[in-house]
Structures are given as structure tokens and as C-alpha cells.
Design a protein around this ligand. Sequence first.
Ligand code: SPV
Ligand code: MG
Length: 433
Amino acid sequence: MSKKSVYMCFSTDMIHSGHINIIRKAEQLGELTIGVLSDEAIASYKRYPLMPFEERKTLFENISGVKRVVEQKELSYKNILNELKPDIVVHGDDWKEGFQKPIRDEVIDTLHSYGGELVEFPYSKDAKYDELDKQMRMQLGMPDYRRGRLKKLINMKGLVTAIEAHSGITGLIAEKTTVLQDGKTYQFDAMWISSLCDSTAKGKPDIELVDMTSRFRTIDDIMEVTTKPIIFDGDTGGLTEHFVYTVRSLERMGVSMIIIEDKTGLKKNSLFGTEVKQTQDSIENFCAKISAGKKAQKTKDFMICARIESLILEQGMEDALTRAFAFVGAGADAIMIHSRKKDPSEIKEFIAKFREKDKVTPIVIVPTSFNTVYEDEWKEIGANIVIYANQLTRTGFPAMQNAARTILENHRAKECDDKCMSIKDIITLIPEE
Ligand code: SPV
Ligand code: MG
């Protein structure tokens, strides 16, 4: 009688005795194929893999009893099961609850469609495995690991998303929020330390008033509790003589990218546009600032992004493009183009014209005003980083104001209760390490 075919999928980048135990049980059931989850699928549901796919594949190929190793491209098993049609899928029983439950349900349905069977073994929960995982996470938060990951993610995914964070708790929201949709998981790839939101959280206007020491303190608070790469809003970058020190400090901290805008003098937020006086820097000065920053940096991974304010300041498309090419020539690793129009057409036109001549330099956009375009379309037309720059601040503060008003109106807190997170949830929101 021919042997049954057995399939298991792994996302781990460290193999421990728990994995070996379940592999031993699986190989008793038949000829074992291991699916190794792709880097992209792991990065979007768990954390960036410390070991790339090829290395992880080799690890499994060298375990006795494993007949072959294939790539599983998505968290969903549907496609690979329909392709391989294994008689048996093996998994630990830990996915009966939680965010993996819909994946399990889909596996059962798919197996059912062709007469396959799911075999579950008790999940081996062991404190030492949790400790190993904690150590891996710690590694990811270390400056040398964190810094280069933005570049890797751009290369891997083509388009990465970042959301604003201005404190430890907003950093945790950026780090942990996960949505499961159509068999795929979605998370933000990176965090944006917005000057607007960092200033607003401190009750100050967005005019480069919050000094670098204070901005670095914010970064530190976020870094302490997260692992995702950080893009820092460096405003104008300040004086070139100061900017070179900022670059080195950010590099040392493990920040991945600084974005500086081509404005000079008293900086105001771009979303004011021409309603307030704002002065654009000369191409020559700004190029000199970029070049000095590139010369000052010590690692190869850190990125300096030049932000072009020509459309904000109504200087026209030609000016925006001339600046973009000049800034790339001066050494910028990426460019950001900004607009405060609701209509995305000027941003799309800029991207198309820039991409005619430059196919590789990453393009960053901040679709706060022009917010109707989906990420897939931005990717298709050649953008590489989409930053959601202020939505956590703009949703959080009205909720707090509303709670304060409700208490004042009622002279007690009862009426506010149904707007609040439960006491149990708030005290368990942040688990003790
Ligand atoms: C910020 O978030 O501080 C930015 C983006 O610089 S914007 O507010 O759109 O200018
Ligand atoms: Mg800003």
C-alpha cells in the first residue's frame, strides 16, 4: 500500500525540541512535506524573520524524515493544499482559538473538498520556548537589526506602509495591530515619528520648537517597546552644521530613515500651504545639506530622504521634478513628494514623470488630503512608502475631549463609562515582561 502524503507548515527561524517532536509524529503518518512560510508572509503576520527564507528552507531540508521542503507563500493554506493535495495536514492544536482560527477553518474546508484529513497534536507549551522567542524579539529591536530593515522591506514588498507613533502606547498600536482578511494578514511595516504629532502631544505648535533632545526622547520611548523600523520626520534638518550630528545620533539609535524638507527659516506645517509664510530653500543649499548628511553617516543602511515642497508652495510640477533629480544627484536615498490637494492627480503626475527617468529611487508619499487611492494603486504606479501621518492623533484626541466634556456635563464619571475601555483591559493592555 502506498504511503500517505503529509503536509506541515512552519514560520519559525529557530528550530527547538518542540518542533522536532511534532515532526517525528508527522513522519509516522506518511511521507512528509514541509512548507516554509515566505519572508513576506511572516513579516506581515508575526515579525520580520531574522533568518531569510533560503536559510530556513535549508534548516528543514536537513532534518531526517523530511522528504521535501516547499515554499508556502501565504498564511492561508488554501493554494498550497489545492496544489499538493496532501492526504493529511498536521498542526499543533493551539490554533483552535485566536487569530489563526479562520486559517484552521479554511484548512478543514479545503481538506474536506478533496477528502483530506487534519491531524492535531497537543501544542507543547514550554517556558523555555517563550524565552527563546522573547530573545529573538529583543534582537529585532536592537539598533543594528532595526536600522537596515526598512530597506529590506522596500526590496521585499515594493510598497511599505508606516503609521504615526508619538509615544510608547501609540508605538505598540503601530507594532501590534493586525487584521486578517481573505486569508492574508495585514500589519503596518514601519512607524513615522511625525513632527506634527510629536509637537501636538506636547501641546506645542509644529514649528521646530520641540527640540531634538525631546524628539529623541520620543524615539527612545517608542523603541523601548517595539521592533519595527522607524522613519523620523526631521523637519528642515536645521543648520547643515547641526544636521550632520542629527544623522549620526539617529543612526546610532537604530532609526532607518530621516526625511528632511526643502524649506528654510521658520518652518510651518505643510498642510497650511500658502496660507502662512513659508520659504523654500535653494536647490544649492539643500543639496549641500543632503551631501553633508550622507558624508557624515557611518552605516550603509541609514537613509536620507529629501522632501519636496514645490507643490505645497505652488511652485509647479517642473520645479518639483527639477528639485527631485537634483536631490537624488546630491545623494538622497529617497524622495518624498507632498501635496495638500484632495485630488491625487498632481501626485500621480509627479510619480509618473519621475519614474520616466528614475526607476529605482524610492518615492515616499503622505496621503492625508489625497486619501482616496488604495495602496495597491500607489504600488502599481511606482510609490514605495505610504505614510499615514496623523490618524492616531486625530482620532485619539477627540475621544479624550469627549470624555472630559461628558464628566463636566454630568458632574460624575458614570455617563462616561460606556466610552471607556474596561479597567481590566487597561491594566492588562501592557503585559509585564
Ligand atoms: C508630519 O506629520 O509632521 C508631516 C507630514 O510633516 S504633514 O503634516 O502632512 O506635513
Ligand atoms: Mg512634519
